[in-house]
Design a protein around this ligand. Sequence first.
Ligand SMILES: CC(C)(COP(=O)(O)OP(=O)(O)OC[C@H]1O[C@@H](n2cnc3c(N)ncnc32)[C@H](O)[C@@H]1OP(=O)(O)O)[C@@H](O)C(=O)NCCC(=O)NCCS
Length: 174
Amino acid sequence: MRTTERLLLRPFREEDLEPWAALNADPEVTEFLGEPLSREECDRIAAAVNEQYAAEGFGFLAVERRTDGAFLGAAGLSREQWYPEDLEIGWRLAREYWGQGYATEAAASWLDHGFTTMGLPRIIAVTDTPNHRSIAVMRRLGMTFDHEAVLAEDGIEFDATVYSMTADTWRHRA
Ligand SMILES: CC(C)(COP(=O)(O)OP(=O)(O)OC[C@H]1O[C@@H](n2cnc3c(N)ncnc32)[C@H](O)[C@@H]1OP(=O)(O)O)[C@@H](O)C(=O)NCCC(=O)NCCS
């Protein structure tokens, strides 16, 4: 569990599952993420996130707004199929919560955890190249362009843009 100025980053709870499924079924949210996900798939992801967090101390955890307890979405660290040697930082918020800096605030806390607590040498972020909002989050965090690649998810290829940040850059960022 992590606390930032406005947010609580915590494991998924039963009451998150409905808004989590709703945001994953929203075509605006999933524009660059592939097909909208079923409720079963969303439940499975939430359970897997909680299991990984319990076992390894990091994960793509739920994001809660502290003032009113609203479930905003999820953000955090994960290990993905394409670059298994690096941990990846990611974010996904319900449409109504975009434009308020919540993704950047949550991700900055996870970068701090990755570099400071876990001692990672670097962290990457991967997105569909046309996902400008996601790339803007990477830049706000101080991550820099690493490379472009054609990656495949569930057998479907996409043009990916990869940003990265080293522990040194993070330390000297302030
Ligand atoms: C990617 C995504 C999380 C970005 O959300 P976002 O709200 O644009 O990003 P942030 O939370 O960093 O907010 C930044 C915006 O809030 C504004 N803002 C307001 N208050 C702010 C604050 N206190 N701090 C920082 N920014 C603030 C910024 O000016 C910026 O506005 P702009 O987009 O008009 O330039 C969101 O678009 C999303 O969930 N997309 C769908 C899922 C997805 O594609 N995920 C990425 C997969 S790789």
